[in-house]
Design a protein around this ligand. Structure first.
Ligand code: HEM
Length: 433
């Protein structure tokens, strides 16, 4: 990587820029973190110009990601694509939607004045004091998963056998999806997020270029919408206290939200609430296998479970980026950002920033404070963060006392995904009571 040091200032060397957007690099992990380390040290806020892609700023330092996320009227989420895409991909989406860069319009694609109004609909539902009532049911689901793990005879793929289905069941109960429909939801979520991973994408996606990929993605979104239409209708006819009812009967400025808005809401909760949490849950096990002293520490002191949860979320950082665009000429860390420019907030980089985290690559449940930014920051700060942390805490409260030993039983792999991803295959060997 030394020749990259001679590249012209402010324009990120192509090799590094290509790594930051490469799904394979996130699966491989070391190269993407090397690229981020180089950027933080040499070009923490610089532009990437890659053929076929609109130029974008790559934001890699913790402080700069916070600074941009905090100023949500200066840096909008919804004016350009909120996740990384190519020029061709963007054009296809705009053609499909009649001009919008978004296939769905959820909270993450909105800005003021719509964003705060839509967020307010469910904000109080997600508060810690409200979700506390879910604790008993989540513990039952966690116990069932731990029992299942114990029944597998001391070896399993933790991703497939525990991490994927645990948060899925929780989120589906919250949205009123019955257990028999879960496999369909799991497939749809993976198709939506894992669109770049050959093993996860829908048939047809990825084979014949961007157009097929986009068409496949649109078909996935259409499937989601069709499914949740039934749920909306049922909750309108008979509202309860669950989140699905809150969404279905939402009113903004005196007008009920329409079906498209309600269904976009289900899509964001179903998708954002699932893969992220399962990746972080698996990340905790991966971390404890790679760093056996972390396993020993948490075994010896169960009060470290909340530290384990935070560290797993930091170390895994399942959301790799969100994009912003400048609504006016701006300046961040002495760097001028012209109006209209597109910016990539690289959360995994912020979460390994050596200015904030000591020995940042190390998995350390005793890390305190742990000021990670895996949930974002500012107006779009993750609505589900308390729920995600509560789910993980409960699972590890049930699992850790029964887990007597833990180690890798093969070579684990990560998903090829430059947006949301984490462990894909995690073979482990363990003893349990
Ligand atoms: C470890 C698990 C999770 C991680 C790492 C995570 C990460 C994130 C991030 C980075 C954002 C910020 C988006 C932005 O700034 O543009 C976000 C927003 C959001 N998350 Fe999460 N999330 C997690 C779990 C959940 C769960 C469990 C739910 C719901 C059940 C959820 C629902 C949402 C929603 C609705 C938003 C949009 C908020 C807004 O735009 O106002 N997330 N999440």
């Amino acid at each position: 990587m030394t020749d990259t040091l001679t590249a012209p200032a402010r324009l990120i060397p192509l090799e590094i820029a290509a790594t930051v957007i490469s799904p394979k690099a996130y699966a491989e992990d070391t190269s993407v973190h090397e690229a981020f380390r180089w950027l933080r040290a040499n070009m923490p806020l610089a532009k990437a110009e890659i053929e076929g892609i609109n130029p974008f700023w790559v934001v890699t330092r913790h402080a700069d990601i916070l600074e941009i996320s905090r100023q949500n009227s200066l840096f909008h989420s919804g004016d350009m694509a909120t996740t990384f895409t190519t020029i061709e991909g963007d054009q296809i989406v705009r053609k499909m939607t009649g001009g919008s860069p978004h296939l769905v319009r959820t909270l993450v694609q909105m800005d003021a004045p719509d964003h705060p109004k839509h967020r307010l609909l469910t904000q109080s539902w997600f508060l810690p004091q409200n979700i506390r009532h879910l604790e008993t049911r989540i513990r039952e689901i966690a116990k069932a998963h731990v029992d299942h793990m114990a029944s597998l005879g001391g070896e399993c793929d933790f991703v497939k056998d525990v991490a994927l289905t645990f948060p899925l069941r929780v989120i589906m109960e919250i949205l009123g999806v019955p257990p028999e429909d879960e496999p369909r939801m799991l497939k749809l979520t993976q198709e939506l997020f894992g669109a770049a991973d050959p093993e996860m994408q829908r048939a047809g996606a990825g084979e014949a270029g961007v157009a097929n990929n986009m068409a496949a993605l649109q078909a996935v979104v259409a499937d989601f919408f069709m499914y949740f239409k039934g749920i909306t209708d049922a909750r309108k006819a008979a509202p309860g206290a669950d989140l699905a009812s809150v969404i279905a009967n939402g009113v903004i400025d005196g007008t009920p939200i329409n079906d498209f808005e309600a269904m976009s809401y289900y899509v964001i909760v179903a998708t954002a609430g699932h893969d992220t949490t399962s990746s972080s849950t698996a990340g905790a096990i991966w971390g404890m296998c790679q760093y056996p002293e972390a396993f020993a520490q948490v075994k010896a002191d169960p009060s470290l479970i909340s530290g384990l949860v935070d560290e797993a979320i930091r170390w895994t950082t399942p959301v790799k980026h969100f994009m912003r665009s400048a609504t006016a000429d701006a300046e961040v860390a002495g760097q001028k950002i012209p109006k209209g420019d597109w910016m990539m907030l690289c959360y995994p980089s912020g979460n390994r920033d050596e200015a904030v985290f000591e020995d940042a690559d190390r998995f350390d449940p005793t890390r305190n404070p742990n000021r990670h930014i895996a949930f974002g920051y500012g107006a779009h700060l993750c609505l589900g963060q308390h729920l995600a942390k509560m789910e993980m805490r409960i699972l590890f409260e049930e699992l850790m006392p029964r887990l007597k030993s833990l180690e890798f039983a093969g070579t684990p792999t990560r998903a090829e995904a430059a947006f949301v991803g984490g462990p894909k295959y995690l073979p482990i060997r363990y003893e349990m009571t």
